[in-house]
Structure formats: structure tokens, C-alpha cells
Design a protein around this ligand. Structure first.
Ligand code: FRU
Length: 490
């Protein structure tokens, strides 16, 4: 069964239900279905939205196109979890069904206010001239559903900005409520605008325009997050069009962060002396990250997209997944991300990795490896390899502290697009002494590599056959390898 966009648009309600059932049936038993990463039951999954902690449970929504009938005709689909590991679908969605969001319920955030979950998102509209309009809409959620306010809280961007004005992320600071919104100046430069809300959340005033750099950076900033962490202030954002001089990125769109002094909220500008812009994830697919701060924790989750290549699951009826939730911290001015501790509840029995006696063994296609390399030699590590296919290849040069990841053999690219930037990454890592510790979280169609306790992360999608389960180590020179791995069962 191949997904056909034109046909799907014309389906009747009953035909739609049949279609949904069929896709779910295929997905249920398919080896390309993820085990512990969030995917949509059917259709396209995009940015994480509304990540929040409400009445003792985590809430998480994401951009969703149930049947991919029209590009960017996005909904919000929701999930809830007690442990950030086991998720249940919520019956309520945000549908693009009013005059203020008729062409997409775009990204946004959620927070708890007076015992209810508040939502703030962008309504995307194409008017009769096909020009874009952007409305920032408040909504509230209860057991019955999500109720949108009849009139948007912010009707348009301030003068001097285009209708590329979206993705409000709300936070609380010193008893007040703020939202940061990604946008673009009329001269096509990226910015984020901070709004302050009135106590009843009905009126939103511009508080500050964020441009902490000494020059313009990119043409549009999407999905900003602005938050305090371990005594600093962090801006995470997607500066579309940032130059390679500002930030070396090889993905379609960059997902970056800067760390600066705490934001005072007293009207003085948030400026950075020597901004060090860096990627949230040094891998292949990671975009539109959203953070939540709750229960004393700061957790980030990202969309493992976008992709130039049609992914193999698309013709089966679904595509896109989210990254693992990662716990963030700042130490010595550096950002760390670690997979949340709760994920270890999915571990099967620990298996020792004994490279000296068995450099090659069968691992499960959903597993976690924790390996330490010591010495000054080199290592070649294949994951999900099989005869004639090296799988995902990790190369380590301990002496020069270089880590390389090569997914060429496990990532299908459109003809002619097989470029280094789609398949290779090279990272100069830092470590005290000559030790490199890697934690690799492998799911059926994705991998996440955490370097030295989360100092760097490299993640991406991978597509192999079901039988590709070999794990091989080849050591050259002086290296000792110690570690263990666990099957992940859900
Ligand atoms: C980022 C983004 C957001 C927008 C949403 C629409 O991937 O373009 O800026 O709100 O996706 O799906």
C-alpha cells in the first residue's frame, strides 16, 4: 500500500477510518517501527510542542499531519506520561479549524496556570492573496478537550517585522509570565521577541527584542527557548540561514544554543560579550528542540528531522520521530545533555562487552551500549552490521581525540545526494586524560551517541534490514575497551 496524497485528500470519513486502521496495523508489527522513541501512530510527526508537567504527569504534544493530505496543514497531537518513558496518546488534538489557524496549528508551548494547562501556539493563515498571517493563540485544556480563546492574544507582529512570527515559548520569571517568539525583521534578519503578559494573560506587551550578537544571524529564527540553568541563561533557537562562519552545520537547518548571563527582566538588554554559538546536537537530524523545566529538572526533546530524503516509512504511512528526552545541565560553562535516568527501567540483563575475547557479537536492534576506550590507539566499531554491510560505523582516534560517525551504509539517500554532509560527522572531542566514554542508544531506526557524560551528542536516523545485528570492534594500537550493553524492551 503506497501513500498517495491526492487520493487521500478525497477520502470519505469511513474510508479515512479504514486507512488509519490499515496504517496502524502495518506499523504495529513493522521492524521499522521504533521501540522507545516517540512516533505518530499514523502520518507525519514534526516539532515537539507543549512540553509540560501538569498534575503529576508529563504532557507532550507534537506537530502532526495525520494523513499528509496537505503540506504544513498541521495539527497538534498529544501524549502523557508518568515517567517520560511510557506514553499514552491523548484523545484531544488541536485542529487547524478556525479562521485564525486555518492553515496550520503551528508550534507553541504549554504551562500550568491556576490549576489548568495553558497552551500558547501560532495560528498560521494563508489569506485570499495567499499571503501569510500569524496569530498567537491561547487555549486551555481540561478532560473534555482543548478550548481555544475566540480572539488571538497577539494579533500581529510589531511594526518592522514580517508575518514569519511564530512558536511562542512561555516561561515564568520573578512571578511574571513571558513568551519568546521567533521572527524576522522586514530586512530579513532573524530575531526573537520577548513579550510580557498581564496577570490575566489577556494582554501581551513587547518587553525586549533579543539580538545578543554583534551582527545579524540568519534570516528567520524558529522555535526559540529562553531559560535559566545552573546560574546562566540559555537561548536555544533555530537560526535559519545562519552562515557557516557563524556556526558549522551540515543539516538542512541549524538548531543552536548560546549561554550568557542570567536575564534580569529589568529592561536591560541581554547581550553576550563573546557569544559561542554551538549546535544542540552534532549529528544528522535534530531540530526545533523544546525544553521543560519542572520538578527541579530541565529536559530537552527535539524533532529528529527534517530530511531531504523521503524516509522508508513514508510509503508505509508514517514518518518522523522525537529524540530521547535528555536532562540538561551546565558545568564549567559547558552544556551537558544526558538521556533521562528513567530510561534504564527498560533495560534487560546487562551483558559485558569483552572485546579481547569476542570482538564480534550479536546485539539487539534496540539496545544501549556504554563503552570506555583508554589508550592512544584507534578503534573501529560497527553497529547493526551484517554480511557485506558495515552498518553504522564509529571511528575513534584516541591520540588526536577525534570521533567519526559514518552512516553511509544505513541511510538511503535520493539518487545523487550521497554527500559527506548527509552521511559523515567528525568531532574533535575534549576529555581529561586519554579516555573516551560513549553511550550509544540504538532504536530500530535511530541512534543517539552521548560523548563523555553528555558533553556532546550526535544523533540521526538509520534504516537497516531486520537481520543486521552484528556489533564488531576492531582495535589498532594501544587501546583497552571496557563496557556493557543492554537490550531495550518496552
Ligand atoms: C519548525 C516549524 C515551526 C512551525 C512549524 C510548522 O519546524 O517550521 O517554525 O511552527 O514547524 O509545522
Amino acid at each position: 500500500m503506497v501513500l498517495d496524497n491526492h487520493l487521500l485528500r478525497d477520502l470519505t470519513v469511513t474510508e479515512k477510518e479504514l486507512w488509519d486502521e490499515k496504517v496502524k496495523q502495518i506499523a504495529d508489527q513493522h521492524s521499522l517501527r521504533q521501540v522507545f522513541h516517540i512516533e505518530a501512530p499514523i502520518g507525519f510527526l514534526g516539532d515537539p510542542n507543549g512540553f509540560s508537567f501538569f498534575q503529576g504527569e508529563w504532557y507532550l504534544f507534537h506537530q502532526w499531519i495525520p494523513r499528509k493530505t496537505k503540506k504544513k496543514m498541521v495539527y497538534w497531537r498529544g501524549l502523557t506520561s508518568k515517567d517520560l518513558v511510557h506514553w499514552k496518546s491523548l484523545p484531544m488534538t488541536i485542529d487547524p479549524d478556525t479562521k485564525f489557524d486555518s492553515h496550520g496549528a503551528y508550534s507553541g508551548s504549554a504551562w500550568v496556570n491556576q490549576g489548568q494547562l495553558e497552551i500558547f501556539y501560532t495560528g498560521n493563515v494563508r489569506n485570499q492573496e495567499n499571503e501569510r498571517e500569524a496569530y498567537q493563540i491561547r487555549a486551555t485544556m481540561d478532560e473534555k478537550g482543548i478550548k481555544k480563546e475566540a480572539t488571538p492574544a497577539i494579533m500581529q507582529p510589531p511594526a518592522g517585522y514580517t508575518m514569519n512570527f511564530r512558536d511562542p515559548k512561555v516561561w515564568q520569571h520573578a512571578g511574571k509570565t513571558y513568551a519568546i517568539i521567533g521572527t524576522q525583521t522586514k530586512d530579513k534578519a532573524g530575531r526573537a521577541i520577548i513579550y510580557e503578559a498581564s496577570a490575566d494573560l489577556k494582554a501581551w506587551q513587547v518587553k525586549e527584542v533579543l539580538q545578543p550578537f554583534d551582527h545579524d544571524l540568519g534570516y528567520m529564527w524558529e522555535c526559540p527557548n529562553f531559560f535559566e540553568l545552573d546560574g546562566s541563561q540559555v537561548l536555544i533557537f533555530c537560526p535559519q540561514g545562519a552562515t557557516q562562519k557563524d556556526l558549522e552545520y551540515h543539516t538542512l537547518f541549524p538548531n543552536a544554543f548560546v549561554i550568557g548571563p542570567k536575564w534580569s527582566g529589568d529592561g536591560s538588554e541581554w547581550k553576550l560579550k563573546q557569544p559561542k554559538l554551538a549546535l544542540v546536537d552534532e549529528g544528522f537530524e535534530c531540530y526545533a528542540s523544546q525544553i521543560v523545566q519542572a520538578a527541579g529538572r530541565t529536559i530537552i526533546i527535539s524533532w529528529m528531522g527534517p530530511s531531504k530524503t523521503p524516509l522508508p516509512t513514508e510509503e508505509l504511512g508514517w514518518s518522523g520521530c522525537l529524540s530521547l528526552p535528555r536532562e540538561m545541565s551546565i558545568k564549567d560553562g559547558k552544556l551537558y545533555q544526558k538521556p533521562i535516568q528513567e530510561l534504564t527501567s527498560l533495560f534487560g540483563t546487562a551483558q559485558i562487552i569483552d572485546v579481547e575475547h569476542s570482538p564480534s557479537f550479536q546485539a539487539s536492534s534496540a539496545s544501549q551500549f556504554k563503552v570506555a576506550f583508554k589508550g592512544n590507539g584507534q578503534v573501529l566499531w560497527n553497529i547493526r552490521a551484517e554480511k557485506d554491510n558495515p552498518g553504522l560505523v564509529i571511528k575513534v582516534d584516541l591520540k588526536n581525540q577525534i570521533l567519526e560517525v559514518d552512516r553511509q551504509a544505513v541511510f538511503p539517500l535520493v539518487e545523487g545526494a550521497k554527500t559527506e554532509r548527509d552521511t559523515h560527522r567528525k568531532l574533535q572531542y575534549s576529555s581529561d586524560g586519554k579516555v573516551l566514554e560513549l553511550e550509544v542508544w540504538l532504536d530500530h531506526t535511530s541512534f543517539e551517541i552521548f560523548v563523555n557524560q553528555g558533553r556532546s551528542v550526535l544523533s540521526g536516523r538509520l534504516f537497516t534490514t531486520e537481520t543486521a545485528q552484528n556489533c564488531n570492534f576492531k582495535v589498532d594500537g594501544n587501546v583497552t575497551v571496557t563496557g556493557e550493553w543492554h537490550e531495550i524492551v518496552k
